[in-house]
Design a binder for this molecule. Sequence first.
Ligand code: HEM
Length: 419
Amino acid sequence: MTTTGPTGCPIHAGFDPLSPEFLSDPFAVMAALPLSETPVFYAPSIDYYVVTRYADIERAFRDPATYSAAAAQAPLVPIVPEAQQILFAGGHRPAPSMVSLDEPAHARLRKPAARAFAVKRVNDMLPTIRRVAAELLDAVRDAREFDVVGALAFPLPATIVFSLMGVPERDHPQLKRWCGYRAALSWGRPAPADQVEIATNMAAYRAYLRGLVDAKVGERGNDLTSDLLAIHDEDPERLTIAEIASILFSLSFAGHETTTGLIGNTVRRLLEDPSRWDAIVSDPDLIPAAVEESLRFDPSVPVWRRVTTRPAVLGGVDLPEGARLFLWLAAGNRDPSVFPEPDRFDMRRANADQHLAFGKGLHYCLGANMGRLEARIAIEELARRFPRLRLVDGQRLDFHPNISFRGPQRLLVSATGHP
Ligand code: HEM
């Protein structure tokens, strides 16, 4: 139901991005909303203004003076004092890392981190990504049925980004678990009773990363942490040890949760219509376009956030200073004024790469090339080994209860009939 809010903004009182209906099918919720009449609306369930049009989302991304990144990972619900104390003592401050900092603090972290993601450096990782993907798929070579998320989409990006950071393999599962707590804290709706456990784990996660940097001070390796320490050695003021730990905090999460979702969503969308899978099997050159169209059609980061630093008008709605914005990237990616027939998955769409899945502007995703490469190789290896892969019928897909990271938690595929 639409009513009008205090600033004249339409309200959709029933919109709740953490409801079971939304989590299982946000696109059905999107289709039922009158978005052409109410492209910006207020959602009381989360106390956010929801922005759905491509041009309005782009405008917010490209005007950081008006639309601050500070809300990017702010908890959606109040945090109880006991949990807050644990977080604070553990070094988890309100503006805790690159993605939620504004200039100039943002650039201090982004510039050195960007060195690690130069196109050449990412392309150099290609053989490693292919080797890891091949090893993971060898393990399910003879399975008639397997979970493609558990077998490939989950371990591949984690192994790659943690190795890049220099995290020993034995610690990868622990780091993955901490990332689950982080998703719940910043993008979910944790009950007060769960917040202390989450906060304790966040403090342990922060301590682990600081310990990793300290250990690398004495024993450098061929990894990103050691590269960042080399910058610190040249000029300790330019990049402090605490800032290096903060960069690792950013990458350790952003570098895999997102890509796990991308691989899972791409495999799902390709197998949903077996003729799509058959098309990429017979023409693997289509795979990059299939990945790009998945980023548009079903982005693994469907929502990102901003907060206004001053009054502004967006999509015809007056926003007060401090208005919290839910930039619904998945809706912008289906804006018919940019993408004709937006609800159609089309691997030959000419402008699919204009999607909003990686954001825009100063915070544009640092790992976009790496995420694309990992997804491309994952699908290539899968298609080569399992040309007749199909989805297992009748399965129910589950999604982690958070607003910003989306991909099936399990995706059962049937591998029978492959040569
Ligand atoms: C593959 C799927 C991925 C998606 C859909 C994705 C999406 C995003 C989005 C929406 C943003 C925020 C952009 C903004 O605020 O304007 C972002 C930022 C970021 N991403 Fe990604 N990402 C992906 C993969 C990766 C990977 C693989 C890495 C690193 C290894 C990474 C590292 C980062 C970092 C560090 C930022 C913060 C940049 C900044 O604040 O300057 N991402 N990403």
